[in-house]
Design a protein around this ligand. Structure first.
Ligand code: DAH
Length: 335
């Protein structure tokens, strides 16, 4: 009997060694200490033994069963602990590098170029007042232009700015003329989100006010800026546009970056890409911010940073930029 029991312990130990998960151990447990296990068969045979045999085998069997149980418990505990040990101090530390967001990079590139051209970078609040977002930009309450910007109104009477243009007004009022500023920032409109539309997007506002500023200055600055951004010889053209805060207003196109202007599918064979709305600052806007339109003139532009980032990094779906999915952003692996 003693030999048999010793063998039993040895077998159990060997089988436990091969167990890799809890379920394996439980199977072994049921085989060695379960209802129909050998040890239980021995235990139930005690009743047929003589009192002397019982005296010797009883404690022995109980002792052995306890030993088997302890071995199983120990193995379960080991497996459980192994599950929790994820830190191996001998393993080299894997450094996970973050990278700048495509919009951050484009924004920095553009502001760096503008800074070299003498622009100061300013910032304004994302939660704006109706006055700065509309009124002071010559868009009074009843103006139909308000309908073009489906606005998020807040309970506190403020709104989420629909464009970066309020920065024009804040800068004019804070610093007066002459002035040269740019203001990158996040804007919000109630858009139905799809591959080309987002309710949260980035613009960069630019504004120059001085004596004798004309459309030629606007064209020159935009052309120089775009040449630097795209590192290509681009030409620009102006088409008539409408914005209440500029007069005249323009849509600025640049020669297609893919074909250079000869016509291709990207530019729908026109040779031009629509890039940025702009114009000469409306005298009312200057006047409302205490700048005399008879002395000063200026131009302004609103560059779509989101669109620029998508063009630069060939991002087909705008949603990738805002969903915070690092796996997707990792695809661009920037700096
Ligand atoms: N703020 C305008 C928009 O988001 C864009 C714009 C147009 C900005 C003309 C300007 C400008 O500075 O001069 O629709």
């Amino acid at each position: 009997m003693k030999e048999k029991l010793k063998q039993l312990v040895e077998n159990l130990q060997n089988e436990l060694k091969t167990c890799e998960k809890e379920a394996d151990v439980l199977n072994v447990k049921s085989k060695y200490i379960g209802k129909n296990s050998e040890i239980n068969t021995f235990l139930s045979s005690l009743k047929d033994m003589t009192p002397e045999e019982k005296k010797i085998n009883g404690p022995l069997l109980n002792q052995m069963k306890k030993e088997l149980e302890e071995l199983v418990e120990k193995k379960l505990e080991d497996l459980n602990n192994a599950d929790h040990i994820t830190f191996d101090e001998t393993k080299p530390i894997e450094r996970i590098h973050g990278s700048l967001h495509p919009i951050t990079i484009v924004s920095k590139e553009v502001t760096d170029i503008l800074k070299r051209m003498g622009f100061t970078v300013v910032a304004g609040p994302e939660m704006e007042s109706e006055y700065y977002n509309f009124e002071a930009l010559n868009i009074p309450k009843t103006h139909p232009a308000r309908d073009m910007q489906d606005t998020y109104w807040l309970d506190n009477g403020l709104l989420l700015r629909t464009h970066t243009s309020p920065n024009q007004v804040r800068a004019m009022q804070n610093y007066g003329a002459p002035i040269r500023i740019c203001a990158p920032g996040r804007c919000f409109r109630n858009e139905d989100v799809d591959a080309c539309h987002e309710n949260t997007f980035f613009q960069l506002e630019g504004m120059v006010i001085d004596k004798n500023i004309s459309i030629s200055n606007l064209i020159y600055v935009m052309e120089s800026l775009l040449k630097e951004i795209f590192q290509k010889d681009v030409r620009v053209r102006l088409r008539p546009g409408f914005f209440p805060f500029t007069e005249p207003s323009f849509e600025l196109d640049c020669s297609c970056l893919i074909c250079g202007g000869t016509g291709c599918p990207t530019c729908k064979n026109s040779g031009w890409l629509e890039l940025c709305p702009c114009g000469m600052i409306h005298p009312n806007v200057l006047r409302m911010s205490n700048i005399d339109p008879n002395v000063y003139t200026g131009f302004a532009f609103g560059l779509g940073l989101t669109r620029l980032a998508m063009m630069k990094y060939k991002i087909g779906d705008i949603r990738v930029l805002n969903n915070g999915d690092l796996r997707e952003l990792k695809n661009f692996e920037l700096e």
